[in-house]
Write a protein that binds this ligand. Structure first.
Ligand code: NAD
Ligand code: MG
Ligand code: MG
Ligand code: MG
Ligand code: MG
Length: 340
């Protein structure tokens, strides 16, 4: 059984007694910085001089400094810039100020697990990784709830690394929902596998293929869109509330029977073998190296695939249909712009 932690297991005063730097102000960065501040923590946001995020953070009343200055001041440094940027920021701004006794925090173990960042032995290296998108992490905190977090310690130089990580996790609301103890290796490998095989890669591909099969068979694209994309949220909400069983309880017996007889025909044992191959590429570092190599050369593959994805016919149909459903829109806290 996993070791779980809740608010009673953490001492909030520990993180309240530290100067904390949050580097980056994106999805996770804004959530951590604002919730730490609201939990009474002395926080500064580290952003480059020309960063467009500076105005946003300052607009929320947060103090902004350059990443180097923030690292110099802080005893706890949380790295929330994109994974492929982290080792560059580490060399430029973090490493020179990562003196003995400080703590280096991450929300994903990528750079530690694959060796792109090698911190000195005399600092704590911890992870507090919310299991949800940053905008939800903040929204839940504000609403008095939280998103579950993974907590891990890679290096315990102070002898207090776990207590410090739990204190941080409490300050962003994570321990209201629960913290699960893990390792950098387990978090990194399962996070990459989960997003590639199921959450992002698997689901997107399943939706697009289902849409293609229906429209190629002559059905109206609008009907195909509702069937495989719009309704997906309703199904996933039921799973979230009560597991697969609640979803099967709520749908018709016809749908439930179809689930049993046709699900395994679509996602068969070959799909499982493909998933195992994806997991192998995560574990042996092949995926990480391909991602980093592409980013280092200006991300040509990433940009090509993103542009190609945006061209899929389901996106144009969906944009029109969502325009007619005024209630289906981004939350006010999201700066997502459709089609950007
Ligand atoms: P993001 O892409 O939303 O934001 C990154 C921020 O970093 C930007 O807003 C900017 O302020 C800064 N930044 C971007 N490029 C930079 C550069 N070249 N130099 C310096 N600063 C730069 O990032 P994110 O999705 O919040 O991811 C941050 C970390 O959190 C990653 O390790 C990621 O794996 C992890 N994580 C993210 C989520 C999520 O909800 N997105 C969930 C769990 C863990
Ligand atoms: Mg994840
Ligand atoms: Mg991830
Ligand atoms: Mg139906
Ligand atoms: Mg039923």
């Amino acid at each position: 059984m996993a070791t779980m932690y809740y608010e009673d297991d953490a001492d909030l005063s520990l993180i309240q007694s530290k100067k904390v730097a949050v580097l980056g102000y994106g999805s996770q960065g804004h959530a951590h910085a604002l919730s730490l501040r609201d939990s009474g923590v002395d926080v500064r946001v580290g952003l480059a001089e020309g960063s467009s995020s500076r105005a946003k953070a300052e607009g929320e009343g947060l103090r902004v400094a350059t990443p180097a200055r923030a690292c110099e001041e802080a005893e706890v440094i949380m790295v929330l810039v994109p994974d492929h940027v982290q080792r560059h920021l580490y060399a430029e701004a973090i490493e020179p100020h990562l003196t003995a006794g400080k703590a280096l925090f991450f929300s994903h173990g990528f750079n530690i697990r694959f060796g792109y960042i090698k911190p000195p032995e005399d600092v704590d290296v911890c992870m507090v990784a919310p299991k949800g998108p940053g905008h939800l992490v903040r929204r839940e905190y504000v609403d008095g709830r939280g998103v579950p977090v993974l907590v891990a310690v890679e290096q315990d130089a102070s002898g207090q690394a776990k207590e410090l990580a739990l204190s941080y996790a409490a300050a962003i609301g994570g321990l209201r929902a629960g913290g699960i103890e893990t390792t950098f290796t387990e978090e990194t490998e399962t996070d990459l596998f989960g997003e590639q095989a199921v959450l992002c890669g698997g689901v997107s591909e399943l939706v697009m293929k289902g849409f293609e099969v229906m429209t190629e068979a002559g059905y109206q694209p609008e009907i195909a869109y509702f069937e495989v994309l719009h309704e997906l949220k309703l199904i996933v909400d039921l799973m979230y509330e009560g597991g697969i069983a609640k979803q099967r309880w709520s749908v018709s017996d016809t749908a439930e029977y179809g689930d049993y007889v046709s699900g395994p025909r679509v996602v068969d044992d070959r799909v499982k073998e493909n998933m195992q191959a994806v997991l192998e590429d995560v574990r042996n570092g092949a995926f990480a190296q391909r991602f980093i190599d592409d980013q280092d050369s200006g991300a040509p593959e990433f940009k090509r695939l993103r542009a190609q994805g945006a061209q899929h016919p389901i996106e144009a149909v969906g944009k029109d249909l969502r325009g007619m459903m005024a209630w289906v829109k981004s939350h006010a806290d999201s700066d997502y712009v459709e089609g950007s």
